[in-house]
Design a protein around this ligand. Structure first.
Ligand code: KG4
Ligand code: ZN
Length: 360
């Protein structure tokens, strides 16, 4: 594919965000809209698959119109379509995937099914201000930290290897569960971040280790330990209940802010510990940091500082692209189009699980 004059339409509907974007051949975002369903799921304290799928169906058509409007483009200017095919909620994925295939067939342009995690892993090469993307090197490592994933991958030409994964909860899930126990609502990562800024970390949580010496992550112990600390503060939820009595952030006592700072420290300390181990085993030249948790203040400070100390080029995703978005999907699609690796094309199916390391 020739990048000159290319205009890739990206569609993302894997979870609770409906997103549409247009990306040109230089990797510049021409328009990007994300419609969050947070309100629809808040009542349930988590994402309800059936509600998500229905909301995508409603949101996608008007979102597509407004993105075309924003870019001053017509659907006929689109030269390729990229849509998330997995991993995610199958009913939700089907909405964007089917819409994407339909548009590609209608326009007779190529269709690229995109792996959501590959989208995150490449997102740090995007320019947050809409400029052209940075060149993607042949070899790099990627830390993807979101509500569903905490993974480190190595990218080498067309080979992707998983270097570490979480054995239980994802880092974002740990943020969310602690926030829920503290009565801070869903999703709780941003609330923990804000309270931690008002707190002082003083009582570190233990760093989990595996007997087999694996660099994998584990965050379920932190959740249990945080519950015990909440109990000390008289704020733990009743036994058998995952959510504590609801609390307005402005009413959070100092002890709770300090605890949130300790929780954040523990999560970042574990990320850095595992990254150091991986770098010692096999030198990392460039590391991308992406996913919802990459929006966290301490993550954005500490991982680049760690990289500077070790001579590792750390690229943290622009704040605008930390959460789920369609620019990263269009970008992963563009890169695959340029390297002729468009996978199953129109034959792609929606996959709830789709390990990145199985991609070529
Ligand atoms: O990538 P994302 O939008 O969706 C998934 O694919 O999971 O990530 C959402 C996750 C949630 O767990 C949310 O609490 C977390 O990212 N998150 C944060 C922050 N902003 C979002 N965690 C910590 N600090 C933040 N500022
Ligand atoms: Zn995501």
């Amino acid at each position: 594919m020739n990048p000159n004059g290319a205009l890739v339409l990206g569609l993302e509907t894997s979870c609770d965000e409906t997103a549409v974007a247009l990306l040109d051949g230089a990797g510049s975002s021409r328009a990007s809209h994300v419609s969050s369903q947070e309100e629809a799921h808040r009542l349930f304290g988590g994402v309800v698959p059936e509600i998500a799928a229905r909301a995508h169906l409603q949101n996608l058509p008007p979102l597509l119109d407004s993105v075309l409007d924003d870019a001053g483009a017509s659907l006929f200017d689109v030269t390729a379509v990229a849509a998330t095919a997995g991993p995610g909620l199958v009913g939700a994925l089907l909405v964007g995937l089917s819409e994407g295939k339909g548009i590609a067939i209608g326009l007779s342009v190529p269709f690229v099914p995109v792996n959501h995690i590959e989208g995150h892993a490449l997102s740090p090469f995007l320019d947050g201000a809409g400029g052209p993307s940075a060149p993607v090197p042949e070899t790099f490592a990627a830390l993807v930290v979101s509500g569903g994933h905490t993974h480190v991958f190595s990218f080498e030409k067309d080979r992707i290897e998983r270097l570490a994964r979480t054995r239980d909860d994802a880092a974002g899930e740990a943020f969310d569960k602690v926030a829920k126990m503290a009565g801070l609502g869903y999703p709780g990562g941003p609330a923990v971040d804000r309270l931690a800024r008002r707190g002082r970390a003083a009582r570190p949580f233990p760093l989990p280790h595996f007997k087999d010496g694996s660099p994998d992550f584990s965050f379920s112990g932190l959740k249990t330990a945080a519950r015990a600390r909440l109990l000390e503060l008289g704020r733990a939820p009743a036994p058998g209940i995952s959510g504590g009595p609801s609390l307005r952030e402005e009413d959070a006592p100092q002890g709770l802010c300090d605890l949130m700072a300790d929780v954040e420290e523990a999560i970042v300390a574990q990320l850095l510990h595992r990254l150091s181990r991986l770098d010692e085993a096999r030198r990392i030249e460039l590391l991308t940091v992406s996913g919802g948790v990459a929006a966290n203040t301490l993550v954005r400070e500490r991982i680049p500082a760690w990289g500077r100390a070790r001579g590792i080029d750390v690229r943290v995703v622009p704040q605008a692209f930390t959460g789920d978005n369609a620019v990263m999907i269009a970008f992963a699609g563009l890169r695959r189009l340029l390297t002729g690796r468009t996978g199953e094309g129109l034959g792609a199916v929606a996959r709830s699980r789709w390990p990145l390391e199985t991609l070529r």
